[in-house]
Design a protein around this ligand. Sequence first.
Ligand SMILES: *Cc1c(COP(=O)(O)O)cnc(C)c1O
Length: 484
Amino acid sequence: MTDVSLDPTDWDEYRRLAHELVDASIESLRTVRDRRVWQPVPTEVKAELSKPMPADGEGALHAFEDCMRLVFPYPTGNIHPRFWGWVHGTGTVGGTLAQMLMAAMNSNVGGRDHGAVYVERQVITWCRDLFGFPEGSSGVLVSGTSMATLIGLAVARHSKVPVDVRGDGLMGAPPLCLYASAEAHSSVGKAIELLGLGRRSLRAVPVDDCDRMDVAALRSMVRRDREDGLRPIAVVATAGTASTGAIDDLDAVASLCSEENLWMHVDGAFGALARLAPSLAYRVRGVERADSLAFDFHKWLHVPYEAGCILVRDGAEHRATFSSSASYLTHAERGLAAGDPWFCDFGIELSRAFRALPIWLTIKEHGTRRLGEKIAENCEQAAYLAARIGERPELELCAAVSLNVVCFRFVGGSGVPPHVDALNEGIVIDLQEKGIAAPSTMRLRGRTVIRVAITNHRSVRADFDLLVESVTALGAARLAPNVP
Ligand SMILES: *Cc1c(COP(=O)(O)O)cnc(C)c1O
């Protein structure tokens, strides 16, 4: 078949299919509370999903039917009001439609002059304003905070290492070191490895009782490393650790970084967004002093995956780290190849999705006030859950609740039972397999704890009451002597 595109031959049939899929998507979100939070993928389905690539097309009806049968019923669960595992955003109905429009346009936002570029620029400007970054700062949307941190630290390396890193790599550079708290996210270490700085160049700064970086310890580590002939280049502060939601003292870190001429990168994956809630904004004071800030829209702003951002104070340095001079990418003055600066000169990817559209639509639909209220509400729910846990002798709160994360464990009625770690692992697996709720587990100060990270706009207080009841009942059942 020549001169025949991949477009449908029967557009009306396709349109009917599309309406059905939109209806099914919206209906599944409307009724999500009535379903289990999670269910395992059945063995038969896994087998069907292991078949080889088809040479002959099955047609749209058949392909989408397979999708609705084999894939759609088995989501991660983070769309559900009782999903609090790890730190996942909930997504929105508007975001679902936004991703459809994004696909219809299929824009490539590496650069050039077209609508999507202006939407991304507007989103970046909004973020600069939100986080108090100055004129001249830059930003780019990326897949998430892991990628954002890689980019932020690449700019730090370009800026602070006294050799031509782009030309010569790290040859001839002095021995470098960077600092992050012992509670920093694993993506920080990964970025440092990928940048060729070596895992051992990352110093783990001790934390205080509330899991915040000990800035006095940081200061003496920097001094000692300098005395030892090393070259400290950057500090990664965390605004909202994944384990307990702790926020480093960003102001103190910023002051130390400016005294010591260090790059300050903030991992604000979800916590930085606390700035949207008037009652919480003070908690992330100092974020506006960062040299680079990584954060996500797909966690606490509920934009569908993937949507993260890196902001860099010194836009020129940011561009100098990544700009390319390939002639086929030459920026023109007019026409489609105009539109300087191009986003591909601020990051790793050349071809880039229109990530800005779901972000832009989410913010336009709900507004920053409402989105901030939902963030504050999640923190109130964390405090509420902690209070309910405090009322139950069988439950023990294991970390201070500083934001939206609650760590606790079941200890039974009379003294801590043996195998308490395995007991709590078991309770969480029961909760997940029964589809009741999806917290996760974590090791915290030598204990296995149940971790409830609340970045969920669908949760209501009754969901936390149900969690407390269920953990207590499942724990008691597991302790009962006649249960294997
Ligand atoms: C989730 C998270 C990350 C990683 O972000 P991704 O968007 O998953 O790449 C980094 N740091 C913290 C504190 C996080 O919570």
